[in-house]
Design a protein around this ligand. Structure first.
Ligand SMILES: NC(=O)c1ccc[n+]([C@@H]2O[C@H](COP(=O)([O-])OP(=O)(O)OC[C@H]3O[C@@H](n4cnc5c(N)ncnc54)[C@H](O)[C@@H]3O)[C@@H](O)[C@H]2O)c1
Length: 427
């Protein structure tokens, strides 16, 4: 085999993986179906937040290249699949990219290769969906080639934990597959954790995300009650956090976003429902509470305007930060989009500021369609807050001087519990 690893899918997950393998001295080729993305990478251009153009240049100097030509797959010792696992229009898993990538790999599969799926998915996918496709041409998993699942744990924008120092969970189709996959990751990850099999490794990832989803929902529901009870929830969470054991702080907010928290638990509840016929009530409840937050925040904004004898209809509402988490450009599934839609539906004059998003399509995160409302970030945020009837802090990017934002605002609704003052109202 002439290449140590081919990474399939060069996005938020695949590209940092390729980078980590390159820096450890492995020979790495990236395979993706998008021509422009591949051409960009080969020209030294990064399209993900965590990697700069300079990082890509370093990777290229270490021998990395990207391609859309699937024949490269036949030359790899290991193949790692990092393609998206979104939801279908009906809200269930959409394994289209995983199955598409697997079919492409199957067409090139060679004896002795190691195939690892990293895409987040329900327990059973590697064994029941991926393995039969790979075995279609006669090679047998665990005998002719190795097969494993290893969940990606990347946290875009996290300055402390990256690929190397985040422990990697690995579960193989056979114990030998587990060992082989573990040895592969050990070449560029500090700690490898062996799970019993592919299903346990698949479920491990869903436990992590469902745990966050449910606990955030608990705080979101509590935020609504704490408001009615006139208790400062943020202060109460701070006090509870002083317990050095048995408690981990989660915080309320305008809703959940990103590629993981709002999506992955659905893979688990779907699997539970289709296999057992029963609803996974915790997940469904968390979904309902978290998805209701943008509408709740809209009501709070409306109430706040009402206190100042203003109607939402015609009020100038400035949204600060539209991405789903601070300090990155990713706006996938951001709860700010349904919030803006609800405010616009109520007649508000909505504007926004985000240093990472110069132009923002309020109606769609998947390209422009006729009739979409597209806004441009206001140029001077500190001037804009002074003229807005209400400013809504949604994402506290570190470039903001929050105290200045608060003092310059007529009224500020803080969904993150970071500010105080006579003109500040917290979620
Ligand atoms: N982004 C995150 O923070 C994160 C964190 C942990 C886990 N994950 C999981 O990792 C997986 C990948 O997510 P991502 O954020 O990297 O997605 P992404 O959309 O950033 O990148 C996926 C890439 O795969 C490519 N692709 C799609 N179909 C392909 C095919 N058939 N063959 C080759 N390439 C193909 C796309 O062109 C794209 O470049 C998902 O399952 C996701 O749930 C993501």
């Amino acid at each position: 085999m002439s290449v140590d690893v081919v990474v399939v899918g060069l996005g938020y997950v695949g590209l940092p993986l390729a980078q980590a393998a390159c820096s450890a001295g492995l020979s790495v080729v990236g395979f993706d179906v998008k021509d422009a993305l591949v051409a960009g990478l080969n020209a030294g251009k990064s399209h993900v937040d965590d990697l700069s153009d300079a990082d890509i240049a370093t990777m290229l100097s270490q021998g990395f290249s990207a391609t859309t030509n699937s024949s490269v797959l036949a030359t790899a010792a290991a193949i790692v699949i990092c393609v998206p696992t979104p939801l279908s229009d009906e809200g269930g898993p959409d394994l289209g990219a995983v199955l598409g990538a697997t079919r492409t790999i199957a067409s090139q599969l060679q004896p002795g290769q190691l195939v690892i799926l990293e895409s987040t998915t329900y327990p059973g996918t590697t064994d029941e969906d991926v393995r039969p496709l790979l075995e279609a041409n006669g090679l047998v998993a665990g005998k002719d080639f190795s097969l494993a699942f290893s969940p990606e744990r990347i946290d875009p924008g996290n300055p402390v934990y990256g690929m190397k120092n985040t422990p990697k969970v690995v579960g193989g189709f056979t114990p030998e597959c587990t060992e082989r996959a573990a040895n592969f990751y050990a070449r560029f990850v500090d700690t490898v954790v062996r799970a019993k099999g592919t299903r346990e490794a698949e479920l491990a990832k869903l436990i992590e995300n469902t745990y966050r989803h449910v606990n955030i929902a608990l705080m979101n529901e509590l935020a609504q009650f704490a408001h009615l009870l006139e208790v400062d929830l943020w202060d109460a969470i701070k006090a509870a956090s002083s317990k050095p054991f048995g408690f981990q702080a989660f915080y309320p907010g305008p809703g959940v976003g990103g590629h993981c928290i709002p999506i992955d638990p659905n893979y688990l509840s779907y699997r539970v429902k289709t296999q057992t016929g029963q609803p996974f009530r915790f997940i469904e409840l968390a979904q309902e509470v978290n998805a209701g937050m943008p509408e709740y925040v809209k009501h709070r904004i409306q109430d706040s305007l009402n206190d100042a004898k203003l109607a939402l209809n015609g009020a100038k509402v400035l949204l600060i930060g539209v991405t789903y988490k601070p300090n990155i450009a990713d706006e996938r599934e951001s709860p700010v989009r349904p919030l803006a839609q609800a405010l616009l539906a109520g007649g508000a004059d909505v504007s926004y500021h985000d240093p990472f998003v110069p132009e923002w399509n309020v109606d769609s995160e998947h390209g422009h369609h006729d009739g979409d409302r597209v806004l441009t970030s206001v140029s001077d945020v500190y001037e804009a807050v002074a003229t807005a009837d209400i400013t809504v802090l949604l994402q506290p990017h570190k470039s903001y001087d929050l105290a200045q934002l608060a003092s310059a605002s007529k009224k500020l609704f803080d969904t993150r519990g970071l500010l105080q003052g006579a003109n500040v109202e917290r979620l």
